[in-house]
Design a protein around this ligand. Structure first.
Ligand code: HEM
Length: 147
């Protein structure tokens, strides 16, 4: 009830501008630069700056992660309908060498982005509502490691 209202209300404008808000989530790699090495599509990705500028990395943060969050927000009433998609997404991350612990850093980045973008509207209950939703997404993705 209340959680869903807080999430929908705050995502309304953010979701329309996924790229700039995804860019703020780049802070993830300030928290844990080692995660950058998992984006090794680009053989020329030798320095940290090169990696940050690679299209694969940019697409992941500004589009792919944001689209999953967008899907979760639009399915708040039936998050279980995303279960198969999310378990499969987890499987892909397992195959890419990602560890489930790394998802916490993405969660931190998501909260940081919300705080930057929402200002005064970023309240403790709103933070908790987002954390709850993100935890459900991560729990489903993590089931991709179990099989
Ligand atoms: C794909 C890394 C977290 C959403 C990928 C791929 C990598 C990657 C390397 C490419 C996989 C491949 O095509 O073989 C990471 C790392 C993460 C992380 C290092 C944590 C630090 C997340 C989270 C989400 C997400 C939390 C969603 C909430 C996606 C999506 C794709 C993807 C939608 C595309 C999958 C597809 O091609 O079907 N990620 N990821 N990632 N990631 Fe992540």
């Amino acid at each position: 009830g209340k959680d869903k209202g807080l999430i929908r209300g705050s995502w309304e404008s953010l979701g329309k501008n996924k790229v700039p808000h995804g860019v703020i989530m780049f802070s993830l790699f300030e928290l844990d630069p080692a995660l950058l090495s998992l984006f090794h599509y680009d053989a020329n990705c030798s320095s940290r700056q090169d990696c940050l500028a690679s299209p694969e990395f940019l697409d992941h943060v500004t589009k792919q992660v944001m689209l999953v969050i967008d899907a979760a927000v639009s399915h708040l009433d039936d998050l279980h309908s995303l279960e198969d998609f999310l378990v499969n997404l987890g499987r892909k991350h397992k195959a890419a060498g990602v560890s489930t612990q790394s998802f916490a850093a993405v969660g931190e980045s998501l909260l940081y982005m919300l705080q930057c973008s929402l200002g005064q509207a970023y309240t403790a209950p709103l933070r908790q509502a987002w954390l709850n939703m993100y935890s459900i997404v991560v729990a489903a993705m993590s089931r991709g490691w179990a099989e």
